[in-house]
Every structure is written in structure tokens, then in C-alpha cells.
Design a protein around this ligand. Structure first.
Ligand code: FCB
Length: 431
């Protein structure tokens, strides 16, 4: 890759639909979304943006934007419906066609192997609480790489393992919906091990560039007595999933209870810490932390940030925090930090083709990134979340993150003002 890549990002369960077609098996998100009360208004990904059938139109929309790269995810339950063993050829064929169409349109494919849709049979065997899932992931990574490594430009093993741990296994707000609180910590190690084993499988099959897409949120203390709580939140959210990758060691996890004996085994950390070609950074917002209330099972409290403008989801809009995050990664990890790629950044605003607030959000965040780059942070790409309005997990179809509006009744796609603005930004960046 010789020049900065501008791109857009999506994820399989959020856009594809066609959940029972061509041999796809159930994922944790299918089961979770179909469980009453889990997703707002009972929305599911059954149809989503119908991208499984409309992908040629979506590739044409990307070509119209002029993006260099497209970050999509491969649905594990399409490729290996039971999560191990038999491969579903029709599932691989779908991504094979997509990759060829992207290349024909001059768009570099950037594939995420796991964006939260774990095959349900693996969850039935313990999911990410079970170490074996890491080995199953490596097997799946090898299958996908055997088919696509000759054409995919960049790979991300996992998307936001911290969110899977915290929301999926800790709070129970996302699939698979377990509320284990701090007992969910082993899912961190098993996902990191999956990353390491999966990365090795990708490289053994000729993958060009291998990374991971991590979620980051600068943690700010709400008050002086919140400093310890803030450090604990920062440890969980930002350091737990970065230090083992970049330094080969876990930070002191005592404030989070630490791993039970036997979770981290000899030889795991060198696998996890194999060099990355890039570190993916997903950034949306900073977080303000207060001390844990007396009866809280968690060692911190998330508090509101009413002093900032917010998106539709109430997320504070703080572009400077994005620039600071990029600079802090460089300052903290120094030469151990691989090149960064902003693998997600974006915002939700209500249904409107004239989405001025999104233009302002993207403009300010891209400016903050460029300022960090001018300060010496090596950033190689930026992927806007998202190409299309899509299924926003437990919020269903209510939030709209797309550069392109989707009418879910007709599946009509309508580019918003932000689409034209991003197209022009990309063209100007190249001029
Ligand atoms: C990130 C997820 C992505 C999307 C955005 C809004 O945490 O990776 O799938 O839902 O949030």
C-alpha cells in the first residue's frame, strides 16, 4: 500500500440479511435478536439492508464515492455454519464474488473475520469463555485465507474484542447476553489468543497485511476522587486489549480481579504479540468516569457529559479527544506501535438526506486526525462508519450511521449530503 487509504466500513450482520439462505447457520446475534426484549422494538438482522442480494448496487455506490478501500466482515456462520468442521462453499462464494467486484471497481478489499456473529453452536459450547473457540477461529481464518488471501489487501482478525467482553459477556446488552460482570475477563484472553492464532494462520497463507480493529475511548475523571476508577476503566477499555498485542505482557489486572488460574498458559503471549502490520482504531467518543457507587458490582461508574454536543445516540462529540487518542497511542507505545488505521469513525443522526451534522462531525474528526499526523503519528487510512444506514445492534434500525440513507421498506438507497462531501474530500486529497 503506497498511499493513504480512504474507505468506508460495514459488518456482515448489520447489512447482509439472508440469514437462512445458501446454507448459513445461526449466529449468536440471530438468537439474541430473536429473544424478546433484547433489541429495541424487536428488530432483527433477518433482512437488514439486503446487501446479500444488493451488493452490486452497494459496490457501485462505493465506486461513486471513489474510496480506495472497503472494510467489510465475513460472516463465520456463512462459511462454517457449525463453527467447526464442514465448510459451506456457497458462503465462501459470496465473498469471493464481492472481492472480485471490488477489485474490478478499483477498491481494495479489507476483510474483518469476526464482527460479533459467532456461530451459535460455538456459543452453546461456552463461546468466548471457552479457550477452544480460539482454536476454532484459527481454523476458520485458514479456510477464508485459503480462498481470499491472494486478493484481500488487509485483514482484521477481530472487531472490538472489548465490546464483546463488556457488552456481550459482562453487561449482557449484546449477544450472547451474559451478565457475568468481571467474571467475563477470560473472554479477553481467549479473543486475544484467537487473534494471535488467526493472524498466524493468515500469514501462513500469504495474507498481505494483518491487523485487528480495537475500540478506544479516552477516559476522563469526573472529579478528583474518580482518578482510581478512571484508571481502572482505562485499563479495561484501552490497555487490556493493546498491551499484550504490542508489548507481549498484560498490564496488572488486579483492579479488574485478574484472570483465574489456568486461563493464560505458557506460550500464549508470544502468539498474541506477533508483530502487526497495522493497529485498527475505532473511535466514537470519550468517556467520563465517576467513582463506583457503594453497592456497585463494578469498580467505576459511567457518567453523562452534558457539556458537549451529542449525536442521536447521546454520544458526546469531541474531535479533539480523537486527536489526543492517536497522539497518546504514539506516546505510550513509541516504536512498538505499528502504523495506525482508523478502522471506524462516524456518528448517528436522524433520518435526513441533508445530514449537515454528519458532515460537520466527519470534517472535524478528519481534521483532528490530520493534526495528529502532522505531529508525527503514522496513520495510513481512515474508514467512515458506515456506507449505509444499518442494524445498530441492540438499538435496531433506529440510529442511522450511513453516508447513504436506506429506506427499509423498499431497500432504496439514497446518498446523503455527507456522501457527496466525502466523495469531494477524497478527490481533493488526491489532487
Ligand atoms: C462500533 C461497532 C460497529 C458499529 C459502531 C456504531 O462499536 O464496531 O459495528 O455498530 O460501533
Amino acid at each position: 500500500m503506497d498511499r493513504f487509504q480512504w474507505g468506508v466500513a460495514t459488518a456482515a450482520y448489520q447489512i447482509e440479511g439472508a440469514v437462512t439462505e445458501d446454507g448459513r447457520g445461526p449466529s449468536t446475534w440471530d438468537v439474541f435478536a430473536h429473544t424478546p426484549g433484547r433489541v429495541r422494538d424487536g428488530h432483527t438482522g433477518d433482512v437488514a439492508c439486503d446487501h446479500y442480494h444488493r451488493w452490486p448496487e452497494d459496490v457501485a455506490l462505493m465506486a461513486g464515492l471513489g474510496v480506495d478501500a472497503y472494510r467489510f466482515s465475513v460472516a463465520w456462520p456463512r462459511v462454517q455454519p457449525s463453527g467447526s468442521g464442514a465448510v459451506n462453499a456457497a458462503g465462501l462464494d459470496f465473498y469471493d464474488r464481492l472481492v472480485d467486484a471490488l477489485l474490478a471497481a478499483g477498491i481494495a478489499p479489507a476483510a474483518t473475520l469476526y464482527h460479533w456473529d459467532l456461530p451459535q453452536p460455538l456459543e452453546d459450547a461456552g463461546g468466548w469463555m471457552n479457550r477452544d473457540t480460539a482454536h476454532r477461529f484459527a481454523e476458520y481464518a485458514a479456510i477464508v485465507a485459503d480462498r481470499l488471501a491472494d486478493r484481500v489487501d488487509a485483514w482484521m482478525t477481530l472487531n472490538e474484542p472489548v465490546v464483546v467482553m463488556a457488552y456481550g459477556y459482562g453487561y449482557g446488552l449484546y449477544a450472547p447476553g451474559h451478565a457475568l460482570l468481571l467474571d467475563a475477563l477470560p473472554t479477553a484472553h481467549h479473543q486475544l489468543l484467537a487473534h494471535g492464532l488467526g493472524a498466524a494462520a493468515l500469514r501462513a497463507r500469504g495474507a498481505r497485511r494483518v491487523g485487528i480493529a480495537n475500540h478506544y475511548s479516552p477516559a476522563w475523571p469526573a472529579s478528583d476522587d474518580a482518578r482510581a476508577a478512571t484508571a481502572t476503566f482505562d485499563l479495561m477499555l484501552n490497555r487490556l486489549f493493546t498491551e499484550p498485542l504490542l508489548t507481549g505482557a498484560y498490564p496488572d489486572l488486579t483492579p479488574l480481579g485478574g484472570f483465574p488460574d489456568g486461563v493464560v498458559r505458557d506460550g500464549d503471549l508470544p502468539v498474541i504479540a506477533a508483530p502487526l502490520d497495522f493497529l485498527g482504531v475505532n473511535y466514537y467518543r470519550p468517556t467520563r468516569i465517576g467513582p463506583a457507587p457503594a453497592d456497585s458490582p463494578l469498580p467505576f461508574d459511567l457518567v453523562d457529559m452534558p457539556d458537549f454536543p451529542v449525536t442521536d445516540l447521546g454520544w458526546p462529540i469531541v474531535p479533539d479527544a480523537f486527536g489526543d487518542l492517536l497522539r497518546d497511542l504514539r506516546a505510550t507505545y513509541g516504536d512498538a506501535l505499528p502504523p495506525l488505521v482508523v478502522t471506524e469513525n462516524g456518528c448517528s443522526f436522524p433520518d435526513a438526506p441533508d445530514d449537515g451534522p454528519r458532515v460537520a462531525f466527519l470534517e472535524a474528526h478528519i481534521a483532528a486526525m490530520r493534526a495528529a499526523m502532522a505531529d508525527g503519528v503514522d496513520v495510513r487510512g481512515y474508514f467512515a462508519w458506515s456506507l449505509l444506514d444499518n442494524f445498530e445492534w441492540s438499538e435496531g434500525y433506529h440510529p442511522r450511521f450511513g453516508l447513504v440513507h436506506v429506506d427499509y421498506a423498499t431497500q432504496q438507497r439514497t446518498p446523503k449530503r455527507s456522501y457527496a462531501w466525502y466523495r469531494d474530500l477524497i478527490a481533493a486529497a488526491r489532487a
